[in-house]
Design a protein around this ligand. Structure first.
Ligand code: NOJ
Length: 504
């Protein structure tokens, strides 16, 4: 009898532990986890001058400079301005829960400004985005909308873009028009995509257009200040006028690549921590804690003094501004692509972030580099480090991974992209299960091949391929689309080396 009971207990233990083991192994993500894909307006829409769209900086760069590697333009791009129904059909067949796309500011407001509120909006653009949003909703796909994804209207760039505080009101007025038009349908808003990249583009545009700011010290810091104020003003606007009736979320999409120490020596550990504050903390600290990180204030002030300046290049926020910006993220929206190694270095003496932070930034020669996007080295374990950094710095906020992806030449059997996704997803699951990081969603960049900024069409990030030589711009599924569809279906990260169909 005793042995029988013992058997029952042991049997129960096995059944129980096996079933829970299976649960963990079979579904890495729960039912509510959001899987989606992303694009941005200039990269996919085309229709650059159709139906009254105004000119933006990428129209200008592609038409008037030779900064694009293959001399291409986004004039037609993927032609999503005309093919959005087919896009939504493919999204549906992919099984994504959401689609993250952006609104083209200069399509909606051809001059960038909205003196008459929604009456200043271009009716064709109003209709285009309405139809896109409706088509997504009709197909049960959540629209997630970015207000600004690198495509500044030319008039704003001409007055200095983010160098000029005027951008804050103009951006707020634009956002107000968008919220008024689509606020009842869209519940996920992103104000600005990748502020670090935005400020690099802002500085580039100042020199392309030879604005009055060229030659000023600390352009990146002025951009940082005004961009934060623009983001925060839009967050506050939504909070005041729309949140009570629409209950949506608003967040800044922070480029959160991870800067790790190049060695264990104290100077390098501190240098890496400092540079993380320069690159992520510059946005996260004002938003989650208040004001710029103190180490950044100290180092920029010292560097400014060494450059013979009488005031710091880092602007000072008033108390009112600190309070305006603090608390303006409903969740942490994170883009992650790559990592870098950081060493202490105080020999540079130039007007750059690395010089001000006294760091030297490099890569590990063992890291695999994207063949077409030289900035991307594949370092999956660093997404977990970045997630942990965000958890520790900002009191464990809810995180949404808003971009992650890999550039190649456009192969259909895109093994490297699949491996990239798989390895990053594994690290994310470790973060959730072992580091107690709260992640609500993951976004693959990109839905389809598109105009990759200065790389033109040489670097492809899509799950779908687009034939840019055909005027019909047909889309074709790549292996990574098949992979992603299965991942979404099973909520399980496959073991890519194991060919057995069902590992559970
Ligand atoms: C991040 C940007 O948001 C996106 O526009 C770009 O295409 C990808 N990085 C890949 O470089």
């Amino acid at each position: 009898m005793k042995t029988f009971i013992q058997l029952v207990i042991v049997g129960y233990f096995y059944v129980f532990s096996f079933s829970s083991f299976n649960q963990v192994k079979c579904a890495d993500f729960d039912e509510n986890f959001l899987f989606g894909v992303a694009t941005s307006a200039y990269q996919v829409e085309g229709g650059w001058n159709e139906d009254g769209k105004g000119e933006n900086i990428w129209d200008y760069i592609t038409h008037k400079t030779n900064l694009i590697m293959d001399n291409s333009t986004g004039d037609i791009a993927c032609d999503s301005y005309h093919k959005f129904k087919e896009d939504v059909f493919l999204l549906k067949s992919l099984g994504v829960k959401f689609y993250r796309f952006s609104i083209s500011w200069s399509r909606l407001l051809p001059n960038g400004t909205a003196p008459n509120g929604i009456w200043s909006a271009n009716p064709y653009a109003v209709e285009y985005y309405k139809q896109l949003i409706d088509e997504l909703i009709a197909n049960n796909i959540i629209p997630m909308v970015t207000l600004y994804h690198f495509d500044m209207p030319l008039p704003m760039a001409q007055y200095g873009g983010f160098q000029n505080e005027r951008i804050v009101r103009d951006f707020e007025n634009y956002a107000d028009v968008v919220f008024k038009l689509y606020g009842h349908k869209v519940k996920h808003w992103f104000t600005i995509n990748e502020p670090n990249s935005c400020c690099e583009i802002d500085v580039l545009m100042a020199s392309v257009l030879q604005t009055e700011y060229v030659g000023n010290h600390g352009l990146i810091y002025m951009c940082t200040r005004n961009l934060l104020l623009a983001h925060a003003s839009v967050y506050r606007l939504y909070q005041k006028k729309y949140k009570w009736k629409y209950y949506g979320n608003v967040a800044l999409v922070i480029d959160s690549n991870y800067f790790q120490a190049g060695s264990d020596c104290d100077d390098d550990l501190k240098a890496a921590e400092r540079y993380r504050q320069f690159m992520i903390g510059k946005w996260g600290h004002p938003i989650y804690i208040g004001d710029f990180p103190s180490v950044m204030k100290e180092y920029v002030a010292n560097a400014s003094r060494a450059q013979g300046l009488t005031t710091s290049k880092l602007p000072v926020f008033t108390e009112k501004e600190v309070n305006l910006i603090r608390g303006t993220n409903d969740y942490y929206a994170m883009n992650y692509y790559t990592s870098r190694l950081v060493f202490f270095n105080d020999t540079l003496n130039e007007d750059s972030l690395q010089s001000d932070a006294q760091v030297f930034v490099t890569v590990d020669p063992k890291w695999k580099q994207s063949p077409t996007q030289p900035l991307i080295y594949v370092v999956p374990e660093a997404i977990r480090k970045s997630l942990r950094f965000i958890r520790d710095e900002y009191r464990n906020p809810t995180i949404m991974v808003t971009e992650n992806g890999y550039g190649d030449k456009g192969e259909f059997d895109d093994r490297d992209r699949i491996n990239y996704f798989n390895d990053h997803l594994k690290q994310m699951v470790l973060s959730m299960n072992e580091d107690n990081v709260k992640i609500i969603g993951y976004t693959a960049w990109s839905f389809m091949d598109n105009f990759e900024w200065t790389n033109g069409y040489l670097s492809k990030f899509g799950l779908y391929s687009v034939d840019f030589n055909s005027s019909a711009r047909p889309r074709y599924e790549k292996d990574s689309a098949v992979y992603y569809r299965k991942l979404i279906e099973t909520k399980t990260i496959p073991d890519l080396d194991d060919n057995s169909e069902n590992r559970c």
